[in-house]
Design a protein around this ligand. Sequence first.
Ligand code: DGL
Length: 272
Amino acid sequence: MEKEKPIGVFDSGIGGLTVVKRLASALPNENIIYFGDTARVPYGSKSNSTVIEYALQDAKFLMNKNVKAIVVACNTVSSVALNELAKNFNVPVIGMIEPGAKFAVKHTKNGRIGVIGTRATVNNKAYSKEIRKHNPAIEVFEKACPLFVPLAEEGWVNTKATHEIAEEYLKELRELDIDTLVLGCTHYPILADVIQEVIGENVTLVDSGIASAEVVRNELNRVGFETNSNAQGHHDFYVSDIPVTFKEVAELFLGRPVKDIHKVEIEHIAVD
Ligand code: DGL
């Protein structure tokens, strides 16, 4: 029975836990299986072909766990591998770009949207293309902010260094009169307070995790796969490596204690 199968969620590492947090509040009764490729993170600085290869392996791992849908909780993977994933797996595949882009289009009033993400996401212009599909008149300004990933993983949410780096990255965007800024990387919601302070209170931040959780709910409903259970959903976490700081960082990203963490061997994921 499809309805009682878990939802599969994957990311290059732990950033996708910010999406699990949003999914768990939108769909509290759904079971979730998370895979974070912590042994091979970051994906954001890798070539498109490597990201596609890894993404297919990650999704296959989840399919072997019998999931009813796959949420690609990584903007980098969503920007380069979504079509490949949808072609290869016969379950709904939901990424970050389309939900985040639509949300931004709905919220902008002056038609000027900023997007921040990894180098791969920005170089692929995934958000610009998606936003212009919905409204070609909108101007989109993209900026890669690669140092935000290690800062979030260090838990440096409110340090002087984080402020300074945010100032440096966001100064151009601040001059461009944007009224909406897409957090186009699943690590960035951790730094939302600093980003908001630096970019200005009048700019609306878009968390793609919130937007995609809504899309997952609608999609499960559309295909009739939503659970009938009234019990609290169970969440299982699989990672390809457990770095020393994993637990603290995971808890920061998820916003609650993390149990049920399993390590899987990368060789087991990488087999055909
Ligand atoms: N969480 C990833 C994203 O949303 C960024 C980390 C990485 O570079 O792998 O793009």
